[in-house]
Design a protein around this ligand. Structure first.
Ligand code: HEC
Ligand code: HEC
Ligand code: HEC
Ligand code: HEC
Length: 141
């Protein structure tokens, strides 16, 4: 290989790497998975099958702050655009926060679904145990 062609190859590689990093930098970082298995942490020792949750389906239709919150002293929801793991604040057993993790999920997930079913607005999101805690892995749509 001549020195010239070697230089050409190196120049080509540098250009290629520069392009790759430019493209990578312009892509938004995927902050959360579209499909999640809940709990996202500590899935060991569950009594019920883990819950498949389509974050993208929900986030397409609902404001982020319907689910994500960070309350100030007056109870205002001051959550920023980037959501936070529920377990950061809701511990498995009630600690500083009075609402333990499982209860936080049930209140929020089931609470909204039950209200929607009661309102009879077409969509009938799951409210029965086995509809959320689906035995075996079901295909994520
Ligand atoms: C229907 C409820 C709901 C809605 C609406 C929702 N999220 Fe989430 N989001 C969740 C749940 C549940 C998790 C999993 C939290 C966990 O792992 O503890 C999550 C996780 C996340 C995470 C990852 C947090 C982490 O550190 O693990 C981010 C970031 C996020 N959501 C951002 C958003 C944004 C931005 C929106 C609005 C466009 C939004 N979410 C709308 C319920 C929701
Ligand atoms: C930054 C801390 C923090 C995070 C993260 C957080 N919570 Fe909370 N949550 C609180 C606090 C504080 C309260 C108020 C508790 C009280 O009644 O004193 C609360 C209350 C609740 C309540 C009952 C009050 C209501 O009307 O909403 C539910 C349900 C709940 N959280 C579910 C969740 C779920 C589900 C997630 C994850 C998507 C989550 N929380 C993430 C701090 C947090
Ligand atoms: C504020 C309202 C609201 C909250 C909170 C909410 N959901 Fe839903 N959920 C909906 C609606 C609306 C639908 C129907 C969406 C559709 O079929 O287009 C739905 C549908 C579903 C479905 C069936 C369709 C699918 O995506 O597979 C599952 C499973 C589900 N939700 C799980 C959860 C879980 C788990 C949580 C809590 C982490 C949660 N939802 C929180 C409103 C909510
Ligand atoms: C709308 C969806 C939904 C429905 C309906 C629902 N759950 Fe859950 N449940 C969850 C989510 C989300 C969690 C938190 C993730 C986890 O721990 O699996 C949870 C957690 C749990 C846990 C703690 C974790 C474990 O497996 O040990 C138990 C126990 C549980 N649910 C039992 C029930 C029972 C019993 C019913 C019916 C009376 C029910 N759930 C209905 C969504 C649901």
């Amino acid at each position: 290989m001549t020195v010239k062609s070697k230089a050409k190859i190196i120049r080509g590689m540098v250009l290629f790497l520069a392009t790759v990093s430019l493209v990578a930098a312009s892509l938004p970082l995927a902050a959360q998975e579209d499909e999640m298995m809940l709990p996202a942490r500590d899935p060991a020792g569950l009594q019920r099958p883990a819950v498949a949750f389509s974050h993208s389906d929900h986030a397409d239709q609902l404001n982020c702050n319907r689910c994500h919150h960070d309350f100030d002293a007056l109870g205002n929801n001051t959550v920023e655009e980037d959501g936070q793991a529920c377990a950061d604040c809701h511990e498995a057993t009630p600690g500083a926060n009075p609402i333990p993790l499982t209860r936080a999920y049930h209140l929020q997930c089931k609470g909204c679904h039950q209200a929607l079913v009661a309102a009879g607005q077409g969509a009938a999101p799951p409210v029965m145990c086995g509809q959320c805690h689906v035995r075996q892995s079901r295909p994520l749509s």
